[in-house]
Design a protein around this ligand. Structure first.
Ligand SMILES: [Zn+2]
Length: 185
């Protein structure tokens, strides 16, 4: 009864969250395409407090020097919160990494130097965990908008919309008049 209840109440797990059999996929040189919503990566959320957006890409598995290797490429946008003005801050993400997958930390020295070692306990890891590992290394820990002079955010310093519109009106009026003149011809 208990297991039946668990089965029906458990939310459907998306493909990127399923643990993959690293050995089998690397033997088969398999490709896995994915799209991962960043808000659902728990370690990333713990580090950044607030993260949204999505990345999509592909992981290609292979075997090098007896080690399972994941070639990870993905891109997308991470929406973070600026730690100065607390406004939304979009960070473009473009990642390409070659990861050596190991089952235990004792295998660390088996990973060739050119690969970044990542732990896949019992030979299993999900695409979400691979992506998360990479994002933890690449995304800023303290996200900030670009600096305007005086240490305020550029986005906040932008002129108020009203002023901006008035300036546009003035510059456009001569052209509108010209258009009218041309119509009369
Ligand atoms: Zn800001």
């Amino acid at each position: 009864m208990g297991t039946l209840g668990t089965y029906y109440t458990r939310p459907m797990s998306p493909p990127w969250s399923k643990p993959l059999d690293v050995d089998r996929l690397s033997e088969a040189e398999a490709d896995v395409d994915f799209a991962v919503p960043l808000a659902e990566l728990p370690r990333l959320r713990a580090q950044l407090a607030n993260v949204a957006g999505e990345v999509h890409g592909r992981v290609h598995f292979r075997r090098t020097a007896g080690v399972a290797v994941a070639e990870l490429t993905f891109s997308g946008t991470a929406r973070l919160v600026c730690q100065r003005c607390l406004g939304p801050l979009d960070v473009g993400v473009e990642a390409a990494a070659e990861v050596g997958l190991i089952s235990t930390e004792a295998d660390m020295n088996r990973v060739p130097e050119e690969f970044e070692p990542v732990l896949a306990p019992a030979g299993r890891i999900s695409v979400g965990e691979l992506v998360e590992e990479e994002l933890l290394l690449t995304l800023p820990i303290v996200p900030l908008h670009a600096d305007a002079a005086g240490g305020t955010c550029v986005a906040v310093d932008a002129p108020p919309l009203e002023t901006h519109e008035r300036v546009e009106d003035q510059t456009q009026r001569p052209f509108e008049q010209l258009a009218e003149l041309l119509k009369r011809k």
